[in-house]
Design a protein around this ligand. Structure first.
Ligand code: SF4
Length: 117
């Protein structure tokens, strides 16, 4: 298997072989490539960026993001909560809108300030 390490702009092409529970990673220019490959295969995480419905602002949806990466397999659970959420203006950029979303030790944070109309 091959994957591109996105930990830094160099973008090394990692070649990965699996031998039982152990990974053999080559093509990495530094040790972070091995950590990246292990995380991607055994515990992939992703930042979430999306929008939530907002009432009383000049636009209909407020851009949001997760405060930390969440397990890839939980992304749909988080997106379901986001889809069912409506907030009220005003909202400040970096304001926490949902604490500990889906019990993932992650907050949902506004990424734009929206004033009340
Ligand atoms: S292996 Fe190291 S040098 Fe290569 S992209 Fe990943 S972090 Fe950058």
């Amino acid at each position: 298997m091959e994957m591109i390490c996105i930990t830094c702009p160099k973008g090394c092409t990692l070649k990965i072989e699996q031998n039982n529970d152990k990974l053999i990673v080559t093509g990495n220019s530094c040790p972070r490539g091995v950590v990246y490959a292990e995380n991607e295969i055994f515990h992939p995480m992703r930042m979430i960026t999306s929008t939530v419905r907002i009432k009383g602002a000049s636009i209909a949806r407020c851009p949001v993001m997760s405060s930390v990466p969440v397990p890839k397999e939980k992304m749909f659970d988080v997106m379901k909560v986001i889809e069912n959420t409506t907030i009220e203006a005003p909202v400040q950029c970096n304001q926490v809108l949902i604490h500990n979303i889906c019990d993932l030790d992650c907050d949902l944070v506004a990424t734009r300030t929206l004033k009340k109309l």
